[in-house]
Design a protein around this ligand. Structure first.
Ligand code: SF4
Length: 300
């Protein structure tokens, strides 16, 4: 069995920065309790490690960031790497919460682009419905229209001076298809793709894999960029692709019979988890024994 360690993989700068900001907040003299407004990055292990430091996580399925704020009245709130709308910022301020903003600079750049364009035109924002990054972007103005699939274009009336942009962690392939659909509906629309560099490089590395039987993506099921890596693997001609959270979630039946196995990870996945999966494969290759490597004590 051959194991291919895909490069680049794992943490991006935005995720490293968000984790550092959260840690620093706990180490400074700030208003307590300290809350993250949703998962700081989309990885359960990272969130749990920060909870062990004393940071509480506000997360409730189906609730928007704006609604989650109803659950707290004091302390410090950390905005996650996915960014928030102006309404969330204003509501936190009005409640007297101390605000720490861990929005990724790449997401902020897209927000600035949208904020500037809505002064004189409409924006078609390609993104995932109910994803916090899309919530933050669409919340900037009524002139931002969420396009999750082609059917979202059907209900739109006449729009002016249309800009097409997108969530930073989408698939390069799917986004091109949706940009094309937007341009068919609005021929004068100007596309400005905003998939971030970290996402682009990780996806291209998967697209460039050759003669690979199996792609293992280490990542959280909530992580959009991890899911996209798996989908890209399928379209890149790899026989099979799967997403696993960590080595303990890998089964022997997942890897049995595959000769060339590539391993990558989403940009919110700690390297310790990816290393555990790689080590598990190496032990299997070298001894024939399948023994998932236990999770390390310190994950982030
Ligand atoms: S994946 Fe891209 S947008 Fe998201 S945190 Fe990382 S660098 Fe920022």
């Amino acid at each position: 069995m051959e194991i291919i360690k895909v490069v680049p993989r794992g943490y991006c700068q935005g995720v490293v920065r968000a984790i550092q900001i959260a840690r620093k907040t706990m180490n400074t003299d700030t208003k307590r309790p300290v809350w993250m407004l949703g998962m700081i990055v989309h990885n359960r292990h990272v969130v749990e490690a920060l909870q062990e430091l004393g940071i509480r996580c506000l997360e409730s399925k189906g609730k928007t960031r704006l609604e989650l704020l109803d659950e707290i009245d004091q302390g410090t709130v950390i905005f996650t790497a996915h960014g928030v709308s102006d309404a969330v910022y204003e509501k936190a301020k009005a409640k007297g919460l101390a605000i720490v903003d861990a929005t990724c600079p790449d997401v902020r750049k897209t927000h600035d682009l949208i904020r500037s364009h809505v002064k004189h035109g409409d924006v078609l924002y390609i993104g995932k419905r109910n994803h916090p990054e899309a919530e933050g972007a669409v919340g900037i103005s009524d002139r931002v229209h969420l396009i999750s699939d082609e059917t979202d274009l059907e209900g739109l009336g006449d729009l002016e001076n249309v800009l097409i942009t997108n969530q930073t962690t989408l698939s390069i392939i799917d986004t091109q298809d949706l940009i094309q659909a937007c341009r068919t509906r609005f021929p004068d629309a100007r596309p400005q793709p905003e998939i971030c560099n970290a996402t682009t490089m990780r996806q291209k590395a998967v697209m460039n894999l050759r003669d690979t039987d199996l792609l293992i993506v280490v990542g959280d099921p909530h992580s959009n960029n991890s899911n996209q890596l798996k989908e890209i693997g399928k379209t890149a001609g790899i026989r099979s692709a799967l997403l696993v959270e960590d080595a303990e979630n890998l089964k022997e039946s997942d890897i049995r019979g595959f000769e060339r196995i590539a391993v990558t990870s989403g940009s919110s996945t700690p390297n310790t988890l990816t290393d555990g999966v790689i080590r598990t494969l190496e032990i299997y290759r070298d001894t024939g024994n399948f023994r998932p490597v236990p999770l390390p004590d310190s994950i982030i």
